[in-house]
Design a binder for this molecule. Sequence first.
Ligand SMILES: *Cc1c(COP(=O)(O)O)cnc(C)c1O
Length: 355
Amino acid sequence: MTVRTRADLVALPGYVPGRTIPGAIKLASNEVSAGPLPSVVRAIADAATAVNRYPDTAATQLVARLGEKLGVPAEQLAVGCGSVTLCQQLVQATCTDADEVVFAWRSFEAYPIITAVVGARQARVPLTGGHALDLDAMAAAITPNTRLVFVCNPNNPTGTALTRAEIERFIERVPSDVLVVIDEAYKEFVDDPDVPDGVELAKAQWAAGRDNVAVLRTFSKAYGLAGLRVGYAVASPAVAETLRKVYVPFSVNALAQVAALASLDAEAELMERCRAIVAERARVREELLAAGFEVPVSQANFVWLPLGERTAAFNEHCLSHKVVVRAFVGDGARVTIGEPEENDAFLAAAKSFSG
Ligand SMILES: *Cc1c(COP(=O)(O)O)cnc(C)c1O
């Protein structure tokens, strides 16, 4: 007899990670190109001698440190094995199979997969003509079955960002028993002052009696720890507690915890790197615009080229120039901002594309 796995998972597409091709420049996964700081590598190496022991499942030191940094009590924090796992925990914490998750599309590729894995329903809301989240349409998509809305800000893969006023107006329209999750994986690359710090925005909402706002952050992007898997959620005490209940014990490993702490120690240096990436983002966008591409303003560490049917050809063209971008065939290509030489290699490829 064949093992009976869930029939509803048969049609589920697998997550497609950015490709890694030996010898090619990888601009496909929104990683920071520069390696970890020597101080962070040292902290990881020191902790490696104790990996015979289980990690602190509550990540006590990291949680305390984040609480100080953000000005929130530990009870409002939950760590996770990357913020993608926290996305899953949030859906698990709010939805059963009758319930629904609302998100924009196109947005973070993991949202539909996670929703399907949990067994909940999904409502995908098309982006605006300007490649941004359409918050009016998202508010209108909320039904009595909706339990959670993902608001990716800035949006992966389009890079567009919402303003404080837009998000606040949206939250006002969301029923108080529906959780609004602001996914801020790229927050450290934002330079538009109208784009809010989600944690500050959430604090104001909590103070006004609205507990239904949570924020996700990660050490994978700006802090350069994608390979170690650690992120965190900032939420109301009740939501954070439920997140901790659905946490797979010990899933934020010991090396990730010390590396995150060491990265917070080196935050000034890491944020300087982010500012250099932001400067490169402006240069790359200008050169692409000058070459005739459409490129929405990005607040993240990548740019979006809405190439539509030309996406597959653009992808092949870049690969032939040994540059790996992230193609969403039929839709567009997302290109991570790397080191200046990497960006130059990409720009040379893009400028010679005639598809
Ligand atoms: C990269 C990314 C994440 C998750 O990163 P982790 O490595 O799992 O912390 C979450 N949300 C968005 C929108 C992302 O792009």
